[in-house]
Design a protein around this ligand. Structure first.
Ligand code: KG4
Ligand code: ZN
Length: 357
């Protein structure tokens, strides 16, 4: 017998995802998004997201099974995002996952959402080399991580953002530029028509003290972009949005890839993995490719569909945990909306009274 089919459930933000993975292979997945319901508010509304998860969860799990040509009885383990994320949204996914695991009599694993982004790349490019450098860039997080065995070892943070995440910077500036939500993809599209050298935006923490060499900060850049837009509005001049978007994207891509490549060189690590929603950005991908090639570093970036939130990436972590013989979560496992990334497994319990599956 091979390893079991792992169902992964993701509901930390506005995407409800289910994916099925066995032995590092994606068997099927399905995704629902409440993004359109948030668009008119300019950002995710937690209550709307949570309610949408309630409606989407069962159809999405069914959809993933249909996509894989499997039945519920084929599921051998359930993995679910237990944090970080929106509290109500996480609760819905965890409740659904517990119900399924209990009904099927299979083990349950709590997964750290960001570990899902890291594991995403294994579904396309196979096991991660040990060690590897991971640049994780999402809407809520920006970190440089030294990763050994993702299922077993503690993840070492070489640097994190002091304030805004890269995706948050894109999203907020896009709003000021009058671009639609979500801002990252809109900036990416608009930037194609612009000149990246049109505005000399700052490169935060690239020339700072050595101890900050792997630390990020994007709120200053966000403010600089907002000021630039305001100066046009105040002067009654039309905003050259494409130039602003291109210059902002260039600044973000420059900072991210410069630090990531420096971290690889300093730690003697030969592989850089760029993951998370912002890894979908065309300029981040292109500049990472160029700089890694120049430095003799192997670059791994998941395909676009695996960069953003979905259930397959959570199933990928569950599959690694199962195969590593990790301890399943107790049935009173709870969510941790602000969990720091330490281990891929995330099993906070409510009152410490494990029911034990
Ligand atoms: O990882 P993700 O799907 O969700 C979080 O866990 O945060 O990342 C979402 C973030 C958003 O900020 C979104 O604007 C950004 O990823 N994003 C992009 C692109 N696609 C998504 N940012 C820049 N360029 C893109 N093409
Ligand atoms: Zn995410």
């Amino acid at each position: 017998m091979g390893s079991p089919v792992v169902l992964g459930i993701e509901s930390s933000c506005d995407e409800t995802g289910a994916g099925l993975v066995r032995d590092g292979r994606l068997l099927g997945h399905a995704l629902a998004s409440s993004m359109d319901e948030h668009a008119r508010f300019g950002g995710v509304v937690p209550e709307i997201a949570a309610r949408a998860h309630v409606h989407a969860l069962t159809p999405v799990v069914r959809g993933a099974l249909a996509d894989a040509g499997l039945r519920a009885a084929d599921i051998g383990a359930v993995a679910v995002t237990t944090g970080p994320g929106l509290s109500g949204a996480l609760q819905v996914g965890l409740a659904g996952a517990k119900g399924l695991a209990y009904a099927l009599g299979v083990p349950l694993y709590g997964v750290h959402h960001l570990a899902g982004h890291v594991a995403a790349d294994t579904l396309e490019h196979g096991p991660l080399p040990d060690p590897c450098m991971v640049l994780i860039v999402s809407g809520g997080h920006t970190s440089l991580l030294l990763v050994r065995d993702l299922a077993r070892d503690r993840i070492v943070h070489l640097g994190d953002t002091l304030d805004d995440a890269a995706g948050e910077c894109f999203d907020k500036v896009a709003r000021v530029f009058g671009l639609p939500y979500p801002g990252g993809p809109a900036i990416d599209r608009t930037a194609r028509e612009g000149d990246p050298r049109a505005v000399p935006f700052p490169r935060p923490l690239t020339a700072g003290p050595p101890e900050k060499r792997f630390t990020f900060s994007f709120s200053g850049l966000k403010t600089a972009a907002a000021r630039w837009a305001e100066s046009h509005h105040a002067g009654g001049r039309p905003l050259p949005v494409a130039d602003g978007a291109a210059a902002l994207q260039e600044a973000v891509a420059d900072v991210l890839t410069r630090k990531a490549v420096a971290a690889c060189s300093e730690h003697g690590v030969g592989t850089l993995v760029v993951v998370g929603g912002v890894a979908a950005n065309s300029r981040v991908r292109a500049l990472a490719e160029k700089r890694c090639t120049a430095a003799g570093i192997t670059l791994r970036v998941p395909p676009l569909r695996l960069c953003t939130d979905n259930g397959a990436i959570i199933a990928a972590v569950g599959d690694l945990l199962v195969r590593a013989g990790a301890e399943p979560a107790p049935l009173d496992v709870s969510i941790d909306p602000s969990a720091p990334l330490e281990y891929a497994a995330l099993h906070p319990v409510t009152a410490g009274r494990a029911l034990a599956a």
